[in-house]
Design a protein around this ligand. Structure first.
Ligand code: NAD
Length: 357
């Protein structure tokens, strides 16, 4: 890839900076993308992934960093958007030395980028990063961190789901509602607990048979096979496993009134499936809005951790979801677009505040 192509990519979504980190001794090949720091330092996790080529890695880190800008902005956090990827097979390349070297690169950015856990990185990895830089969050509670963010993420998703229900059914009670949860991992599992407590009727799918058995036994959830989850006659569908599952084919199968889940980038193409869901009369709770509880939790860690405050801020997702649904109806735009507009407006407004000393 030539220099020109990278700068063209940077300009496409107005990225501020991209940093290539190479270290032959440890085998580290990492890319840090800083999308926008108008609201504050760019925060986003570090993903380790065996990309098939460098262009794929660059594309992923740029797309993910931009997503973090929107998530922080709509959540009212004083954070910008950034992300890092380390190229390679996590089971082979991750060592203390490699993670610490990566920490040094993060340190050299002087706080413009704050890192955290992501796909294929663990709390232990962040402990190594933390040996070289203080610009890392998602540390264990024993080290003064906020611990596992997934309960707060699940709580935010629950709030977004209840707000959507209020709009669609006239009240926000989920008692007796049929809810299908795809992916019963860390977030999906905590979400099931909230929904069960409220008396929802649960349907679940996962590739992990043990987890399915666990929730079928403990919560009385009905297990559904693989793709059958899309066509279930339910009130709410909660994607909590994979991104890009809302493609034309799957959306065509949906019989639910609401889609509200934790997975990142659920819409295969927001410009296509956003309007498609709207035309089918399905209320889509924007993923980056309702799954922001994890980011809210690590932001609290950045400014001084308090779990109660993190939950209180995640509760606010309820009000913002209601507002987004209202704007979507008034302006006849899909909810993802309405959410993106609100996030962009906050960045624009605050950039004027920051324009003078
Ligand atoms: P996780 O790995 O704990 O859970 C994901 C679950 O999905 C696993 O149980 C896995 O077996 C299952 N799964 C994988 N492929 C599947 C398939 N084809 N069909 C059905 N199930 C499948 O991850 P998590 O932390 O619970 O995160 C879930 C989603 O939410 C991810 O998309 C993640 O990016 C997003 N998210 C998580 C957080 C957080 O705080 N953990 C925050 C924001 C967004």
């Amino acid at each position: 890839m030539s220099k020109t192509e990278i700068f063209t990519q940077l300009a496409t979504y107005d990225h501020e900076q991209i940093v290539f980190c190479n270290d032959n001794a440890t085998g580290l090949k990492a890319i840090i993308a800083i999308h926008n720091t108008v609201l504050g330092p760019g925060l986003g996790g570090t993903r380790v992934w065996n990309y098939s080529n460098e262009a794929e890695a660059i594309n992923d880190v740029m797309r993910l960093s931009r997503g973090m800008t929107y998530k922080a902005a709509i959540s009212g956090l004083n954070l910008g958007g950034a992300k890092a990827v380390i190229i390679g097979d996590a089971s082979k390349i991750k060592t203390e030395a490699l993670m610490r070297k990566f920490g040094r690169f993060v340190e050299n950015l002087n706080g413009k980028y704050i890192t955290a856990e992501d796909v294929n990185t663990t709390t232990k990895d962040m402990e190594y990063v933390n040996m070289e830089t203080k610009h890392v969050v998602g540390l264990p509670e024993s080290m003064g961190g906020g611990g596992d963010p997934s309960p707060v993420t699940a709580y935010g998703v629950y709030m977004g789901m209840k707000a959507s229900a209020k709009n669609v059914f006239g009240n926000d009670s989920l008692s007796g509602k049929k809810i299908a949860v795809q992916g019963v991992g860390k977030v999906g599992g905590h979400l099931l607990d909230f929904l069960h407590k409220e008396g929802a009727q649960l349907f679940i799918s996962d590739i992990n048979e043990e987890m399915l058995k666990h929730y079928a036994t403990t919560l009385g959830a009905t297990v559904v096979k693989g793709d059958e989850i899309y066509g279930l006659d339910v009130d709410i569908f909660a994607p909590c496993a994979l991104g890009a599952i809302l493609n034309d084919e799957n959306v065509a199968k949906l019989k639910c009134s609401i889609v509200a889940g934790a997975a990142n980038n659920q819409l295969a193409d927001e410009t296509i499936q956003g309007p498609l869901l709207m035309s089918k009369g399905i209320t889509y709770a924007p993923d980056f809005l309702i799954n922001a509880g994890g980011l809210i939790n690590v932001y609290q860690e950045h400014i001084g951790y308090n779990r109660d405050t993190a939950y209180r801020k995640a509760e606010h997702i309820y009000d913002v979801t209601l507002e987004i649904i209202k704007v979507s109806a008034n302006e006849k735009i899909h909810t993802q677009k309405a959410a993106m507009n609100l996030a962009e407006k906050r960045i624009q407004d605050i950039s004027k505040v920051c324009a003078t000393y």
